[in-house]
Design a protein around this ligand. Structure first.
Ligand code: PLP
Length: 400
């Protein structure tokens, strides 16, 4: 489908092309000096002691859980309103994901009260997700974690460059897990990063990402080591030099791109402020500290969603749903009541949510088009019939 306004868009300039060329010319394409520089620059950007590059955000979550000793018999509290990888990573280590609800209709981050209700002696960790790039209330979560001796892992896939009380997200918890998948705020095509201030955890993660080996091919190439030991059942979760070089170029653009996302977010929020039929979550005051990864809206009724998304699609505007709740997937169908109770806000929001396009290269023409088509949908005045026929298609005005 050739969208007039896609949901998201990658943007590469000569910087990325030159970076890839530089790596190919060097002749060294697996983990090496580019990866080391990417890690150093990412750690400096966030003001954190250690950053370990890996092959994906999911690999980052998996290794962070292992590094903090989460395993069989342990419970890990996670939001259900997230990408499925957050919960899957818990299952990778043999632990059990227990789902917590969101805070409210205007705050879709995981609720500290809901987490507190789900804590048992089995609970060892909590993974928080900064939904859409908006910061979770990290000081409250820190107090909760200290009270129950829980490890906090931040899933920062939506929020590179976002802050809470001036401190970078990903550096509040015991570990922060970033994704550089192609639709994220910065991309290396595929890739991820674990950041932590815990040197032992960083060391474990670095070893586990490469087969549990104590020395790297790069070190042996440089003549630093002749042999190696294997100190655990590791994985091949390495990042390669091509991806690291793209990641470095994207990191340099992150602050400016996030600023552009904030401007577009403010513009669209203003347009929709008095719009009936829908609302926009999160408080205005949080935008400055958010990475504004996506632009979610909440329709008044779940019955409107199909026709709303279809109306925008017909106008060439791509939309999405973030997210179908994880506890509703077939793969999570056999959960106990204790694992899924108290998720009514998540279920309500997940049924009415729609994500509108948002990306730094979005033109003012594209932005206005999204706003106009959304306003038009609600202005037709015949929405009551949708209660009976959600399939009703309305003519799109000429010129769209
Ligand atoms: C994208 C994403 C992930 C997974 O990242 P990958 O790099 O695709 O493995 C995990 N959690 C959230 C919230 C995400 O949006």
């Amino acid at each position: 489908m050739d969208w007039k306004v896609p949901l998201a868009e990658t943007s590469f300039s000569t910087a990325e092309f030159q970076a890839v060329r530089r790596v190919l010319n060097s002749g060294w394409v697996s983990m090496g000096p580019e990866t080391a520089s990417f890690e150093k620059e990412f750690a400096t950007y966030l003001n954190v002691a250690h950053a370990v590059a890996v092959s994906s955000g999911t690999a980052a979550l998996h290794l962070a859980l292992l590094a903090f000793g989460i395993g069989p018999g342990d419970d890990v509290i996670v939001p259900s309103l997230t990408f499925v990888a957050t919960a899957n990573a818990v299952r990778y280590v043999g632990a059990r994901p227990v789902f917590a609800d969101i805070s409210g209709h205007d705050d879709w981050n995981v609720s500290p009260e809901s987490i507190a209700k789900k804590v048992t002696p089995m609970t060892k960790a909590v993974i928080v997700v900064h939904y859409a790039g908006f910061p979770c209330c990290m000081d409250e979560l820190e107090r909760l974690a200290r009270r129950h001796d829980l490890t906090i892992i931040e899933d920062v896939a939506h929020a590179p460059g976002a802050t809470f009380n001036g401190r970078a997200l990903g550096t509040w918890g015991d570990a922060g897990c970033f994704s550089f998948f192609s639709n994220k705020n910065m991309t290396s095509a595929e890739g991820g990063m674990v950041v932590t201030n815990n040197p032992a955890a960083a060391g474990k993660i670095a070893v586990l990402r490469s087969h549990g080996m104590t020395s790297l091919t790069w070190d042996r190439h440089r003549g630093h080591n002749f042999s190696y030991d294997v100190i655990g059942t590791g994985y091949n979760y390495r990042m390669d030099e091509l991806r690291a070089s793209i990641g470095r170029a994207q990191l340099r653009k992150l602050a400016a791109n996030n600023q552009k996302r904030r401007e577009l977010t403010r513009f669209m929020r203003e347009v929709f402020r008095s719009q009936g039929g829908m609302r926009v979550p999160f408080r205005d005051e949080l935008i400055e500290s958010s990475a504004c990864h996506i632009f979610p809206i909440l329709l008044d009724s779940s019955l409107l969603r199909e026709s709303f998304m279809h109306y925008l699609k017909t106008a060439g505007i791509q939309t999405s749903i973030h997210y179908p709740p994880v506890h509703r997937f077939s793969s999570y169908a056999n959960l106990s009541a204790e694992e899924t109770e108290g998720l009514s806000l998540t279920e309500d929001v997940a049924a009415r949510e729609v994500t509108l396009p948002l990306f730094p290269t979005m033109t003012s023409h594209q932005t206005e088009m999204v706003c106009d088509v959304v306003k038009e949908f609600f202005a037709r005045g015949d929405l009551s019939c949708l209660k009976y026929s959600t399939k009703k298609i309305v003519n799109i005005p000429a010129g769209l």
